[in-house]
Design a protein around this ligand. Structure first.
Ligand code: ADP
Ligand code: MG
Length: 593
């Protein structure tokens, strides 16, 4: 019989593996600046062309590499940061898998010049698709310069899946900021298409956050600072008045590495919830430090997810520390923080680590670690299934709108539940309609079907907004949207002076609008690409009825009919569900243990 198994050539194996590490230009930026930080650089300069699709250049003044290392560093599993498997548990550097450079070199054209301190000459290496094209000694400065050109040039499918320049640029900015916010001691510069988008001088953390996020944060930052014998928490939380309707200002770092963790977010968010409006998100820049043996960073190639050995205790301490920070700084007026400060149980028991007791969370843990993961996945799957279902339903209904069915076939008998949901029976199913979302959708779709009409008014006095480096770096992307909406401005450094804006009820509203537009963009809502959708959606949200409003039966009926006339009655532009349906079997099941 003919054998069918053969070993993939290195080049192909590397390309496949590269897919895990390098998803987009932003991933390359992340890996290269992390390497520069690992190499003890004090200044890192990043130059980008065409959102990284043409060029990603990273220059540092760090340790540099010897001639031999310079040739070896592109090999898979070539690393200076790990020697034995045990070392994995005491990782202090950002990299350690020795995969980044091999992956980057597999899918781009790389030129690297590097020189160690004390070496006379630098080494230059040119490598394309993992094949070394050239290497020579040359003159150069201490440190390393990487040029990564034509990303995915040899993997057309991957290149095809890259998003628009503005979206890829946003990812680059986010990766840059994630390193910048935890290494304020390093000067960092980011240029795009020949203009300097961010220049962050070295300095204290508070100064760096304010520079990145904007001057308002000067007043909003409250230090968080706690230490138990096994966990240190430092950084800042943002006062409740700085909470936002959109995500984007949440930064957790564990041992100087940015991580995402919805469970820990919950620990902070629940402290804020009573003090911020529904649907707002707490902002924070929190650094957790703990022995590397108590975490596992090696669960994902990009390392933004990590496992804590004892996630519940981290949750409890973080929760209490947040409460205390806000309490001490009077950011939460009604807090009794005496009681909440008692979580630290000084343990002087040698090396053995005991879980600190907590007076805060007790057994209450609605988002247990495994539960949290399962929920997200399940919700997503469910959402996908429902999306499919709703598309199918709309297709099935063909020319006949859902509303015709309703009107011709039956009179629905809606009732209002908790002044929030309209509930009725239809076709063996119980339908629950979110009244506020339904009305927003009705207004949104009807406004979208008409041409956009916006009047701009000149302001008697311009209002000046400090954008901060983060917003400034994406200013070019939102410019067309702002222009269409009638904003007129002059930009000097980070100071944007607005001389005209759309006619809104007051200037404050105008400022809020601006902030929301930036946030929407940073959060990745496509609607920002269309000024009309953005404007209309915000208007619709402002004008709709709210939850808590009593509705009569005819009003409910009219709203349901109007909703079902919409093109998208099931999901709103935020991808949130408007209608929830359960059939009688599902209800029946709920009664079975
Ligand atoms: P890792 O960071 O996981 O070790 P990489 O593929 O990112 O793997 O890098 C491989 C090795 O190349 C690093 O361990 C380091 O020794 C060296 N290196 C990479 N970038 C730099 C740099 N900017 N300065 C000095 N050495 C570097
Ligand atoms: Mg690395």
């Amino acid at each position: 019989m003919r054998n069918v198994i053969y070993k993939l050539p290195d080049q192909i194996a590397n390309q496949i593996a590269a897919g895990e590490v390098v998803q987009r230009p932003g991933s390359v930026v992340k890996e290269l600046i992390e390497n520069a930080v690992d190499a003890h650089s004090t200044c890192i300069k990043v130059v980008i062309k065409d959102a990284g699709k043409t060029l990603i250049y990273v220059e540092d003044n760090g340790d540099g590499m010897s001639h031999a290392d310079a040739l070896l560093c592109f090999e898979r599993h070539a690393t200076s940061k790990l020697k034995t498997a045990e070392d994995l548990f005491k990782i202090a550097t950002k990299g350690f898998r020795g995969e980044a450079l091999a992956s980057i070199a597999a899918i781009s054209q790389v030129e690297m010049i590097t020189k160690k301190e004390g070496s006379e000459l630098a080494t230059k290496v040119i490598i394309e698709g993992n094949e070394t094209k050239e290497h020579e000694v040359c003159a150069g400065n201490k440190g390393t310069q990487f040029s990564v050109k034509h990303l995915f040039y040899n993997v057309p499918a991957r290149r095809y899946f890259l998003k628009s320049d503005s979206i890829e640029w946003k990812h680059i900015v986010e990766e840059f900021i994630r390193v910048a916010l935890v290494h304020p001691e390093v000067e960092m510069i980011l240029e795009h298409n020949d203009s300097v988008e961010m220049h962050l001088p070295a300095g204290p953390l508070r100064q760096r956050i304010v520079k990145v996020m904007g001057s308002k944060f000067q007043d909003w930052l409250v230090p968080i600072d706690e230490e138990t014998h096994w966990l240190k928490i430092k950084g800042f939380v943002v006062k409740p008045e700085g909470a936002k309707k959109s995500r984007g200002d949440q930064y957790f770092f564990v041992n100087n590495r940015f991580i995402k963790n919805s469970y820990l977010h919950h620990a902070v968010q629940t402290i804020f919830n009573p003090n911020i409006p529904d649907g707002y998100f707490a902002g924070y820049f929190i650094q957790l430090e703990l022995d590397s043996s108590l975490i596992d960073v090696n669960i994902h190639p990009t390392k933004t997810e990590i496992k804590f050995q004892d996630e519940r205790s981290v949750y409890a301490i973080l929760h209490a520390a947040t409460r205390r920070a806000l309490g001490i700084h009077n950011a939460l007026p009604s807090l009794d923080f005496d009681q909440s400060g008692n979580y630290v149980t000084p343990v002087h028991s040698g090396t053995e680590i005991k879980v600190p007791s907590t007076g805060v969370t007790g057994n209450y843990n609605p988002f247990g670690p495994s539960a949290a993961k399962r929920d997200v996945v399940q919700e997503w799957l469910q959402l996908q299934a429902e999306m499919h279902q709703s598309v199918k339903e709309v297709q099935l209904s063909g020319q006949r709108s859902l509303n015709d069915d309703f009107q011709s076939e039956l009179e629905i008998k809606p009732i209002q539940l908790f002044k929030k949901w309209i509930v009725f029976e239809y076709n063996d199913e119980m339908w629950m309609v979110d009244q506020a979302k339904a009305h927003q959708q009705v207004i949104f779709e009807s406004m979208m079907s008409k041409p956009l009409q916006i009047q701009s008014q000149t302001l008697l006095e311009p209002f000046v907004l400090d954008l901060g480096e983060k917003k400034k770096s994406i200013f070019k992307e939102v410019e067309p949207c702002l222009t269409t909406l009638g904003f007129v401005w002059e930009l000097h450094d980070n100071q944007c002076s607005f001389t005209a804006m759309p006619v809104l009820s007051n200037q404050h509203e105008g400022q809020e609008w601006l902030m929301d537009i930036f946030d929407d963009w940073l959060d990745g809502y496509e609607r920002v690409e269309s000024a009309q959708a953005l404007w209309t959606w915000k208007k619709a949200k402002g004008e709709s009825i709210r939850n808590g409003q009593f509705l009569t039966v005819p009003e409910m009926r009219e709203l349901v009919f109007d909703l079902l006339k919409c093109e998208n009655p099931f999901f709103n532009p935020d991808h949130k569900k408007i209608i929830f349906k359960v059939n009688s079997q599902q209800i029946q099941k709920a009664f079975v243990l």
